[in-house]
Design a protein around this ligand. Structure first.
Ligand SMILES: Cc1cc2nc3c(=O)[nH]c(=O)nc-3n(C[C@H](O)[C@H](O)[C@H](O)COP(=O)(O)OP(=O)(O)OC[C@H]3O[C@@H](n4cnc5c(N)ncnc54)[C@H](O)[C@@H]3O)c2cc1C
Ligand code: SF4
Ligand code: SF4
Length: 374
């Protein structure tokens, strides 16, 4: 029996809760669910009425319908960690935990899934089995990544072929991979402590604004650089344009995303994964506040927080050859990492910000809502 419009609405998560993970689209046996971009540029599912058999597979796989099902039952062990190679530290967001962990998997002929910039400097998930490909995944890209169907298909193929697989992403993305593939021993899930994922449309419009201001196409972008050290809150977008050697700095995207919180996906403001019980084997983040807790561990080149959520996660950590680490009192990280206990608060004027955005574009909204408004 084909589902009617009302029934289909009930099959999928409500728009404000949907994380755009794409699990429903991948699982649908009839190919009835496509992922499309909504007004703010976030991926959302759309069901083709004439192809839907109302089998319920999409609802069954949706991680936000039953988030508790994908979270570990026990509390994690907390670690401070740092890569032993200064060059890796310099080229990583925090303390280089991702490089150390993925090295173990790549060393066993495994594959690594993580987030890269594509040729248009858009942000998407990719698969690699090489260290060069893995290096492209380093550094946080503060935009919700696009997870194409191909990513799920490649994961399925790798797991079928018995390869060790490490998938990295936001907690809602690791929950989705867990809901689609279950918990095979060859699959290691690594998530991040997650502030929230900014809108892909705002990133596209921001890049266009920079290009117009500079009069040349963007050739490079980076969200976190360690040239001035590893500090909390001092965030800039670093970019380069064709024909200019110098690297430019701009704070407007971070101001709208991080300080003002306007750009996050609606689901992020009520995220069910801001919890110490994680939907992953390991969680990686910045060890903010380490200077208050340990002089010995404090390092201006970056320090990682690692949560070992499962036995498999702990075993992988223990096999990292190039990582110094030490178990710490959870109270340290919990006092600094609010995203381990509650979601980012939605700003009261978010709707007004997006109204201004619709009417006057990203640049107009920044003029109206930014600190430098005139
Ligand atoms: C959207 C977002 C919000 C975050 N919020 C916080 C926070 O509130 N507090 C905190 O302490 N840390 C946060 N982090 C995590 C932190 O920025 C680092 O990514 C983490 O500490 C890993 O650092 P590293 O040195 O081990 O890894 P790196 O070598 O820098 O590797 C980066 C890792 O992040 C993954 N990644 C990069 N961009 C994305 C993306 N858009 N979506 C999903 N995965 C991505 C890569 O696949 C890789 O696994 C956030 C990261 C992202 C992407
Ligand atoms: S959260 Fe994921 S599975 Fe659920 S409706 Fe949204 S895209 Fe589909
Ligand atoms: S805050 Fe939650 S819903 Fe938003 S990207 Fe992070 S894990 Fe996903």
């Amino acid at each position: 029996m084909k589902a009617g419009k009302q029934e289909m609405k009930e099959l999928l998560a409500e728009p404000g809760r949907c994380t755009g993970c794409g699990a429903c689209s991948y699982i649908c046996p009839n190919g009835a669910v496509s992922m499309i971009a909504e007004e703010e540029g976030f991926a959302v599912p759309e069901v083709a009425a004439d192809q839907c058999d109302d089998c319920g597979a999409c609802r069954e796989v949706c991680p936000v319908m039953k988030p508790e099902q994908y979270k570990e039952k026990t509390a994690p062990a907390f670690y401070v960690a740092k890569h032993t190679d200064g060059d890796v530290l310099f080229h990583s967001t925090s303390g280089g935990a991702f490089t150390a962990l993925s090295d173990v998997v790549l060393g066993e002929n495994g594959t690594v899934y993580g987030v890269v910039f594509d040729e248009k400097l858009d942000v998407c998930h990719a698969r690699t089995d090489s260290r060069t490909g893995r290096d492209d995944m380093r550094f946080s890209k503060y935009v919700q990544s696009r997870i194409d169907r191909d990513i799920y298909a490649m994961l399925e193929e790798d797991l079928k072929n018995g390869r060790k697989v490490m998938f990295t992403g936001t907690p809602c993305q690791t929950a989705a991979v867990r809901s689609v593939f279950g918990r095979p021993a060859s699959l290691i899930l690594v998530d991040l402590v997650c502030f929230g994922a900014p809108s892909p449309r705002s990133w596209t419009d921001y890049k266009r604004m920079l290009e117009e201001e500079q009069g040349a196409p963007l050739t490079f972008a980076s969200f976190r650089s360690k040239e001035k050290g590893w500090f909390r809150g001092q965030y800039q977008v670093y970019y380069r344009v064709a024909g200019k050697e110098e690297r430019l700095e701009d704070t407007r995207f971070f101001e709208m995303f991080f300080r003002k919180r306007y750009l996050l996906r609606p689901s992020c403001y009520s995220c069910p994964f801001t919890d110490i019980r994680r939907a992953s084997d390991l969680t990686i983040a910045d060890y903010w506040g380490i200077e208050k807790f340990s002089e010995e561990w404090c390092d201006r080149r970056g320090v990682s927080l690692i949560l070992a959520n499962t036995q498999a996660g702990r075993q992988l950590l223990e096999r990292c050859a190039n990582l110094q680490y030490e178990q710490r009192d959870p109270a340290e990280a919990l006092s600094q990492q609010k995203k381990l206990s509650c979601p980012t608060e939605e700003p009261a004027d978010r709707a007004l910000f997006w109204k201004a955005y619709r009417e006057h574009g990203f640049a107009g909204a920044v003029r109206e809502f930014g600190d430098d408004r005139t």
